[in-house]
Design a protein around this ligand. Structure first.
Ligand code: PBG
Length: 338
């Protein structure tokens, strides 16, 4: 085979379109807007804002401050806030019995936030781990997480959140069948408009570390005789799997999920892209606590340009097909991008 002679110049110069800011803006394929962001926020029963050591810049907010934050979100054009509770350890027990307490910090925060800024969507985590003394998302019996018994508790919790005014319920527990049961319970109780965003492809990840610090959830212990309770691998997904994510999401859609989520975010962009291509559902990425902490720590050390790294990470989610991003960076990013 004879190789044709090369032209004396490249036939195509891709750099032409990169030569100035205006050309780069003109050909840009994706853009992050404040409306792409869901602000991930921790609330607690105290009066003061308490800094989270492993997440510099993140504070546990009182109910009052959460209401102010909702107004700030509205002013910044952030459409929704996801709230997570920090519960005093003295109030936790083996079954997370206060998870569905209608006077708890979550329903109080939801009401205060909806009163202050009704235009902002409020999303609640449906899961038991902030309320259990063992730190698991489910009811534990003889060293096992009970699937169906856990679902009963989640339904009580979810209905309570809906009654408090939550717009989106986000089950993050990974029990089988919980989306269908929760949807049915919501319909039965007149909450037809309450949306479900399912943590559909949620992996057993090391990147949730700082979240435990943020919400003060118990350190998982292996328990007597090492009964396999030292991690969440019997319910959250194996980081090595892709096909299983497809099955998880297909089930949650069939059971009535309005939106689905991939979690963690950046290490799982392949999963995100594949789910978007496969299902064409509104699909969200959760940039989790460990991802936040890594960027902040490297930034603080001068090892990376923090601001650029944050914006680049958000752009990467959009490029991979995310309809939106749940992130602790939301207020900073919305200010920057607004
Ligand atoms: C618990 C829950 C977790 C997160 C959100 N909901 C932790 C876990 O599953 O262990 C993680 C959030 C983060 O790391 O930012 N159901």
């Amino acid at each position: 085979m004879t190789v044709p002679p090369l032209a004396p110049y490249p036939a195509t110069r891709l750099r032409r379109l990169r030569q100035a800011d205006w050309t780069r803006r003109l050909v840009r394929e994706t853009e992050v807007r404040p409306s792409d962001l869901i602000w991930s926020m921790v609330v607690h029963e105290g009066e003061d804002a308490v800094p989270v050591a492993s997440m510099p810049g993140v504070e546990r907010l009182s109910v009052k401050e959460a209401a102010k934050a909702a107004v700030r979100a509205r002013d910044l054009g952030i459409p929704a806030i996801a709230i997570f509770p920090h519960i005093d350890p003295s109030r936790k027990d083996a079954t997370g019995s206060i998870a569905a307490d209608p006077d708890g910090v979550i329903p109080r925060a939801v009401k205060a936030m909806k009163d202050a800024a009704p235009e902002v969507g409020i999303m609640c985590d449906v899961a038991l781990d902030p309320f259990t003394d063992h730190g698991h998302d489910g009811v534990v019996e003889n060293g096992r997480i009970l699937n169906d018994a856990t679902i009963e508790r989640l339904i009580e919790q979810g209905l309570m959140q809906a009654a408090a005014g939550a717009d989106i319920l986000a089950p993050s527990d990974m029990m089988d069948g919980r989306i269908g049961r929760l949807r049915g319970a919501l319909e039965g109780d007149g909450f037809q408009d309450t949306m479900i965003m399912s943590y559909a492809a949620k992996y057993a990840s090391a990147f949730y570390g700082p979240y435990r610090d943020a919400i003060g959830s118990a350190k998982l212990s292996a328990g007597p005789n090492g009964q396999g309770l030292g991690d969440k691998k019997t319910y959250q997904m194996d980081p090595s799997n892709t096909e299983e994510a497809i099955r998880e999401v297909a089930l949650d859609i069939a059971e009535g999920a309005d939106m689905v989520m991939v979690k963690p975010g950046l290490p799982y962009l392949d999963i995100l892209r594949r789910l978007v291509d496969e299902f064409r559902m509104p699909t969200y990425a959760f940039q989790v606590s460990g991802e936040y902490a890594m960027i902040k720590a490297a930034g603080a050390n001068g090892w990376i340009d923090e601001e650029r790294a944050i914006l680049e990470s958000l752009a990467a989610f959009k490029r991979a097909g995310a309809a939106g991003i749940i992130t602790y960076f939301a207020p900073w990013a919305a200010e920057k991008l607004g």
